[in-house]
Design a protein around this ligand. Structure first.
Ligand code: 2AM
Ligand code: CA
Ligand code: CA
Ligand code: CA
Length: 259
């Protein structure tokens, strides 16, 4: 699989160019499960482009894509590409920035490659297991170990209001103690920004593997941790919570939520 990362980067940049060309024209928007869960025909077409680009070169690889344009794998056997054609669809539609293409490649259950491409900023983050993490080809430094009291934390305000997934009383003290909070609205970018040292952590109660797997490779290559809010490892086949950051940050957050 020599050069697979170059193929992925090339595909993602071409898909980014397509998005930039199409985004100012009229396109169809559909609600999936609720008013904040949207898909456009551009998300779907970009997923199709990526699937074709992957299978043309690697016909026996499997693809786990958000928009379900191809049958999804049911186990982690073989080589699997986790693909989110547009992560941050709401930002794409309303802000016309702060969305990304996110890809991870897993070989027999092991995450090997991660890619997050900020389409409008033209920032390509990539990591190869054991070979470092990079922003536009420049090697990123290991994460700075910061506890919550020194951290900028990415988190949607949803999780400190009444919700079905976590007691907001657990996260409110964390929000109070942190240096600051941010909500970017695109999970893969929040993870890439941890890798780039712009923020220190990310917490969500609801992500799918295509949201976090690309960013996970970046963060792990820089000495950080990505797992669930219960402190468990990812399983990659179902929706989970995500807690990401340096080891010090993640262990500190666990003391807030495991009460
Ligand atoms: P998406 O834009 O690809 O759907 C928004 O805070 C972040 O959470 C985005 O990365 C978004 O990805 C992701 N997300 C995951 N599940 C979601 C859901 N059910 N509704 C809205 N956003 C979701
Ligand atoms: Ca979506
Ligand atoms: Ca997503
Ligand atoms: Ca998406």
């Amino acid at each position: 699989m020599q050069g697979i990362e170059l193929h992925a980067i090339d595909l993602m940049k071409r898909a980014g160019k397509y998005i930039r060309q199409k985004m100012d024209q009229a396109y169809h928007i559909e609600e999936k499960t609720n008013k904040s869960d949207l898909v456009t025909e551009i998300d779907q077409h970009v997923e199709d482009l990526l699937i074709k680009g992957i299978l043309d070169k690697y016909p026996d690889h499997l693809i786990y894509g958000e928009e379900g344009r191809i049958a999804r794998p049911e186990t982690l056997d073989g080589t699997i590409w986790f693909v989110d054609p547009i992560d941050g669809t709401m930002n794409f539609i309303r802000q016309k920035r702060l969305f990304a293409i996110s890809i991870a490649i897993m070989v027999e259950g092991e995450l090997r490659y991660g890619f997050v491409y900020d389409v409008m900023a033209d920032e390509m983050f990539h990591a190869i297991k054991g070979q470092g993490a990079y922003e536009n080809g420049i090697r990123l430094a290991p994460l700075v170990e910061r506890p919550v009291k020194e951290a900028i934390v990415c988190m949607n305000a949803t999780w400190v209001t009444a919700n079905r997934r976590i007691d907001p009383a657990l996260l409110a003290p964390l929000v109070r103690d942190a240096v600051g909070t941010r909500a970017v609205g695109a999970a893969s970018l929040e993870l890439a920004w941890i890798a780039a040292g712009r923020v220190d952590g990310y917490i969500t109660m609801r992500n799918m593997p295509w949201d976090y797997a690309g960013g996970q490779v970046l963060i792990e290559e820089l000495g950080g941790r990505v797992g669930t809010i219960e402190g468990d490892a990812m399983t990659f086949l179902e929706q989970t919570s995500v807690l990401a950051g340096s080891h010090v940050f993640v262990s500190d957050v666990l003391t807030y939520v495991q009460k």
